[in-house]
Structure formats: C-alpha cells, structure tokens
Design a protein around this ligand. Sequence first.
Ligand code: FES
Length: 127
Amino acid sequence: MTQAPTLRRFPITVHHRQRGRTILLEVPEGEYILRSFEAQGEALPFSCRNGCCTACAVRVLSGTIDQRESLGISKELRAKGYGLLCVARALGPLEVETTDEDEVYELQFGRHFGRGKVRTGLPLDDE
Ligand code: FES
C-alpha cells in the first residue's frame, strides 16, 4: 500500500501595511494564499475573490507566485512585482506587502483619466 504524498507547505509573510502588522503563516502548495490565510484566522483585504478587482493586490518583496488566473492586473504590473492574493499560489517561501487602496488600479488605468472628466452631454456635466 502506498501513502499519498504529503503536500509541501511554504512560509508566507504578509506585511499588512494598513494594520501595521506582519503575519507569517504556512500555506500548503497549490492553495490560494488569501483563502488559506482566512482559514487560519487572518483576514486580508479582498472584494471579488476572482482576480478581477485588485482589492487584494500586493507587492512581492521576495519569492514567486503562480497567478495565472489574475485577470485584473496587467502583464506589465505583474512583471513589476504586483500580484493578486485571491488567485495566487506560492511556488516557495514568499514575502509580500499590501498596497495602498486603488494603487494598482491607478497604475493601470490612471493614464486613461489624465485628460480630465469624461463628458457625457448630460446637464450635470456643467455644474
Ligand atoms: S479580491 Fe478582487 S482581485 Fe482579488
């Protein structure tokens, strides 16, 4: 009789900047980091849980994540070290820090709003 292989567990450090806390937990290989932290009693920022809204965005300080399901973050920002914890799996020991509210959103879309307010032609536009 063969035994099922035991999953590896990786140490994950999250610097939760908004709360002024550093949290270190072990997350089993293949598990979403956000969900594993919640299951261990540590809530982190989130909204959609589907890799779309960027509420769970972090900056990776060391280590690598598999975030192939991240739809809400551009390839360029992923290359700069941003990740979405709701759809991120650690590939080894990892250290990240939470981002400021809307930081990733502004980095991705801010240039599109640089020309001022979008005009709709409705009377409220001129108030
Ligand atoms: S919670 Fe929305 S992208 Fe992660």
